[in-house]
Design a protein around this ligand. Structure first.
Ligand code: GTP
Ligand code: MG
Length: 197
C-alpha cells in the first residue's frame, strides 16, 4: 500500500469525542517508549506526524490520524510508565481499555513489543486481556536495528512461546525498525488486506 496522505485529525481524552466510527481503525499500543509514535511516522513517511520522545510518557491522549482519506491509525499512550501516580495509571487503564472494548470500527490492535527484551509480564498480561475480550491483535516487535537478527528472532520465539500458555496459537507478528524502515511494507500490506475485505 502507498500512503498518499496522512493527516492529524484529533487528540482526545473523551471517548464520546472520537471521530464517528465509520472508517476502519488500527490502534498502536504497547509499553511507554516502545516506539509507537515512531512507527506511525515510519509507516506514513511523515517524520513529525506523531510526537516522539526519548522520555517515556510522551503520548498522553488518543490521537487519530486519517490515512489516504480512508482509514485511521491511532496513537495511544504507553502502558507501564513507572513515573506516574497509581491513580493516574488506573484512570489511563480504564480509559484505554474502554476505548479498545467499545470502539466498533477497530479492526485490529497492533501490540508493540520491544524486540530487545525477554518476554515481559506486562505485555503478556495485556495480550491475555485482549484475548479475553475477543479483540483481534497482532504483535509488532520494534527497534530491531538495535541488536542482531539472531537475538531478535530468539526474543520473538520466546514471546510467542510464552503466549501459547493461554492462546492455542500465537498471533501473526512483524519485526520492525523505525530507524531503518524495516517492516513498513509488511505492516501496511497487512492493514491493506483487512481494508480490502
Ligand atoms: P510513549 O508515547 O511515551 O508511550 O512512547 P512511544 O511508544 O510512542 O515511543 P516513541 O516513538 O516516542 O519512541 C521512544 C524512543 O525510542 C525515541 O527516542 C525514538 O527515537 C526511539 N525509537 C523508536 N523506534 C525506534 C527504532 O525502531 N529504532 C531505534 N533505534 N530507536 C527507536
Ligand atoms: Mg508515543
Amino acid at each position: 500500500m502507498i500512503v498518499k496522505s496522512a493527516e492529524f485529525i484529533c487528540s482526545n481524552t473523551q471517548i464520546s469525542k472520537l471521530p464517528p466510527p465509520v472508517k476502519p481503525e488500527y490502534a498502536f499500543i504497547g509499553r511507554s517508549n516502545v516506539g509507537k509514535s515512531s512507527l506511525i511516522n515510519m509507516l506514513t513517511g511523515k517524520k513529525g506526524l506523531a510526537k516522539t520522545s526519548q522520555t517515556p510518557g510522551k503520548t498522553q491522549l488518543i490521537n487519530h490520524f486519517l490515512i489516504n482519506d480512508n482509514w485511521y491509525l491511532v496513537d495511544l499512550p504507553g502502558y507501564g510508565y513507572a513515573r506516574i501516580s497509581k491513580s493516574k495509571k488506573e484512570d489511563w487503564n480504564k480509559f484505554i481499555r474502554t476505548y479498545l472494548d467499545k470502539r466498533e470500527n477497530l479492526q485490529c490492535v497492533m501490540v508493540l513489543v520491544d524486540s530487545r527484551l525477554e518476554p515481559q509480564k506486562i505485555d503478556l498480561e495485556f495480550c491475555n486481556w485482549l484475548g479475553e475480550h475477543g479483540l483481534p491483535f497482532v504483535l509488532i516487535f520494534t527497534k530491531a536495528d538495535k541488536q542482531s537478527a539472531i537475538k531478535t528472532d530468539q526474543n520473538v520465539a520466546k514471546f510467542r512461546k510464552a503466549l501459547t500458555a493461554t492462546f492455542e496459537e500465537a498471533p501473526q507478528h512483524f519485526v520492525t525498525s523505525s530507524e531503518n524502515q524495516i517492516g513498513k511494507e509488511d505492516v501496511l500490506g497487512f492493514i491493506d488486506q483487512i481494508n480490502q475485505n
